[in-house]
Design a protein around this ligand. Structure first.
Ligand SMILES: [Zn+2]
Length: 380
């Protein structure tokens, strides 16, 4: 049988008639117009007018919700701010201590953000009545780097047991977009003018807490592919007159290499919690580097297995911190994340979080043992 005749017979048997070539091309054209996404045909509808910033899906998932009222071990919170927790009066401090008692925080490290008279006032506010519940840390005289070491020593005598949080998101220490200095005039953490200051930190046997760069998504475009929610858009740095994310992390590496005797705590997982493999290498290369996990609940919670393995391996280099106010439910959110095996926990970003179910030894190190070793024993 000739092939053409065979085809016609076969089509007749199947109940079809042969299509003329022009009609055969039609389905191809149709599929071009179809909006196939996630394996389905996307159709227009009311969701098309929902703004990204308003999108807040309610989950139908019914899974276990573990309430952890108190930390498994008395915890030391190494990252709080008096201004953020709105602590101004003795009554405010009393209320905070009450919350700390309720949730299992033994001690809070308070970043006063101050030097001079304002530091002295805050040191008195916290330490006069609760010397065992707080450590107060001072800031740095970034306007006069040559005077910074002397002012640090003065603050130390008034009770400062650490320096920080010092931030360089690209504008330099003490800098900001509003009062931006020319690029070559900014004081970055590895500036030689600060060598004496870092040596003084080591001499006083106190640590320094540094915020370098910011979440890497801040250097990615604000648009349909931006990783973090619109609520975080004001942190974006792209197109601004600042060094790149990579350049800022490089200043961290130079500082760590140059001042081996100084103990540094880079906060928020050094803004590299999105890449724990690379962060592990930085820890391996720098024995004077420690990290706090503050404000990076979402980094750990979105990768619970890798996050747990990282904490287990580096538990002697990691410290618990919050940086998120002073409310009981905030602390309890951390306990749930770190201690439970809960799934699909609502988070502060698009992505949900998953409990890390940390083993007891890792929890104890993260909550207190590493801090007890690293923080100044003066006042612990
Ligand atoms: Zn902070």
């Amino acid at each position: 049988m000739r092939p053409a005749l065979f085809s016609i017979l076969l089509l007749a048997l199947l109940g079809c008639s042969p299509q003329p070539p022009a009609q055969q091309a039609q389905p191809k054209q149709e599929s071009k117009q179809r909006n196939l996404k996630y394996g389905i045909d996307v159709q227009p509808g009311p969701m098309d007018s929902i703004l990204l910033k308003d999108y807040a899906p309610e989950s139908s998932l019914r899974v276990k919700e573990t309430a952890v009222a108190k930390a498994m071990y008395s915890a030391i919170d190494v990252h709080t701010h008096s201004y953020m927790s709105n602590i101004k009066t003795a009554a405010d401090v009393d209320a905070w201590v009450k919350v700390m008692d309720d949730v299992g925080i033994e001690k809070s490290v308070v970043f006063t953000g101050a030097i001079g008279a304002e530091f002295d006032r805050q040191a008195d506010l916290f330490l006069s009545r609760y010397p065992n519940r707080f450590q107060v840390w001072c800031s740095m005289d970034s306007n006069n780097p040559e005077n910074a070491a002397a002012e640090l020593e003065r603050c130390y005598r008034k009770g400062a047991r650490g320096v920080g949080e010092l931030s360089d998101k690209g504008w330099g220490l003490g800098g900001s977009e509003k009062k931006a200095l020319p690029r070559d005039k900014r004081l970055h953490i590895d500036d030689p003018r600060l060598d004496a200051f870092w040596r003084k930190v080591a001499e006083l046997k106190i640590p320094a807490n540094i915020h370098i760069a910011d979440h890497p998504s801040c250097w990615r475009p604000l648009g349909p592919n931006q990783e973090r929610t619109p609520d975080f858009q004001h942190f974006n740095m792209l197109g601004k007159d600042v060094p790149s994310y990579e350049e800022l992390l490089a200043s961290r590496d130079r500082l760590l290499a140059k001042h081996r005797q100084t103990t540094f705590i880079f906060c928020h997982l050094s803004n590299q919690g999105n890449d724990l493999a690379t962060l592990s290498k930085v820890l391996d290369a720098n024995p004077n580097l420690y990290l706090d996990v503050s404000a990076r609940d979402y980094e750990l919670g979105r990768q619970p297995r890798a996050g747990r393995a990282f904490i287990e391996k580096y538990k002697d280099r990691l410290m618990f911190g919050t940086d998120m106010g002073a409310e009981a439910h905030m602390y309890r959110g951390w306990w749930r994340l770190l201690e439970s095996a809960d799934e699909f926990i609502p988070g502060r970003q698009w992505w949900r979080q998953y409990g890390l179910e940390l083993p007891a030894a890792s929890l104890k190190a993260l909550y207190r043992d590493t801090a007890l070793r690293v923080l100044s024993s003066q006042g612990l």
